[in-house]
Every structure is written in structure tokens, then in C-alpha cells.
Design a protein. Structure first.
Length: 214
């Protein structure tokens, strides 16, 4: 898994404030995580060996996210996700500084800027007089910017649409729709949908997890 966001994410879990915001759309102190399934518009190689290989158009794994509203309306956010299938591992990560602005009691908008990265790694195995293997890796990182909103659709249901661009060798476009369903004062259920595009490769991801708000 790409390590850009792992250390800051751990720090966010430890240092986030313990006071919960009065309004869920304005609470940027939380940690969340869960399961993720990603589907692609192309078949990807998932194993390669001297005997052949396999392909797949989907991977599965985990996602993690943390946000810390450290002063006024500024927050620090880290994200990390990694999915696998056989010998293929794909990961994305982000670390950014954001600012949110409440519009009313039901709507908050925000902007975020930082750095993000992705990595795809495939292990290749060779069998002959001696067994050996090699790893083929593609990775990139660059500046990223995001604009988004939180809207309280119902008393316990908040939707979180967002659009993000990342300046890799080829610009990545990401569209995300988060759903946060509050179960208790601090715990909520997340059900997120996101779509990414880099050149001709398109990825649609489904996330299901839990959020703990401080």
C-alpha cells in the first residue's frame, strides 16, 4: 500500500480533538475505514508466470481516512486505500490541508489542497532450473485539489459530493459521493461511491465502512 498517508493518518487518530461539532456537516474531526471493491473498464493482469497468467477487471481491499480540525475552520486530512487480486496491488493515498465554510445549518462547502499518489505493483514468477520472481511497479505522485460539500439530506443522513483533480503525468479526475448515516452520537455508517479516470483507464469503487467522530 502507498505509504504517503499512513503515518499522518496514524497521527490524526491519536491527536484529533475529542469535542464533537453541534452539526454533522461541520464536524471535520473523525477517523473512518472499511471495505472497498474497485471495478475497471479494462482487464488488468493479476498474475504472470512462465506458464501464463490471469486477468481481472476488479480488485478488493480496505480504505482508511482521517480528518483533524486543528484550528478555526482549517483541517488536515489523510486518506489511504489499497486493493489486491492475486499478485496485483493497487493503492492510492492523499495528504492535504483544507478549509470549510458553513452556508447554513444543513450545508457546508470546503476546499482542500495537498499531495496525492498512486501505485500499481505486479509480482511476476518464473520457473525453470531455478525459481525466481520480479516486481513490476508503476507509481506517480503530484499536487491535488478538491472541492466538495456536505448536505444534511435527512436528520441522520448526510451526503458528501466532491470533485478532485491530481497532477500526475496524466491528470487524474475523481468524482465522489459519500453517504454518512449517523447511528449514535459518535458512530456512523459510511457508504461511498467514487469514480476515477486516468487516460483511458476508468475505476469505479464502492466503499462500506464506519466512521467515529470526535
Amino acid at each position: 500500500m502507498n505509504k504517503i498517508a499512513l503515518l499522518p493518518l496514524s497521527a490524526l487518530m491519536i491527536t484529533a480533538f475529542s469535542a464533537q461539532a453541534d452539526n454533522a456537516t461541520q464536524n471535520f474531526n473523525f477517523v473512518s475505514g472499511g471495505l472497498q471493491v474497485s471495478e475497471y473498464n479494462h482487464q488488468l493482469p493479476t498474475s504472470v508466470s512462465s506458464w501464463g497468467g490471469t486477468t481481472s477487471d476488479s480488485t478488493a481491499g480496505l480504505y482508511l481516512r482521517g480528518s483533524w480540525n486543528f484550528t478555526d475552520q482549517f483541517f488536515l486530512e489523510a486518506r489511504s486505500e489499497g486493493t489486491v487480486d492475486n499478485d496485483l496491488t493497487i493503492s492510492h493515498s492523499l495528504l492535504g490541508l483544507g478549509y470549510f465554510q458553513p452556508i447554513n445549518n444543513r450545508l457546508t462547502v470546503y476546499g482542500l489542497a495537498g499531495i496525492s499518489g498512486f501505485e500499481a505493483e505486479l509480482d511476476v514468477h518464473f520457473w525453470g532450473f531455478s525459481d525466481s520472481h520480479a516486481s513490476f511497479r508503476e507509481d506517480d505522485s503530484g499536487l491535488t485539489g478538491e472541492v466538495g460539500a456536505r448536505y444534511q439530506l435527512m436528520r441522520n443522513w448526510t451526503i458528501e459530493p466532491a470533485v478532485r483533480l491530481a497532477a500526475y503525468d496524466d491528470t487524474m479526475q475523481e468524482f465522489r459521493l459519500g453517504n454518512n448515516i449517523q447511528l449514535t452520537q459518535h458512530f456512523s455508517l459510511e457508504a461511498n461511491l467514487q469514480h476515477r479516470k486516468i487516460e483511458e483507464l476508468k475505476e469505479t469503487s464502492y466503499q462500506l465502512g464506519a466512521r467515529y467522530s470526535f
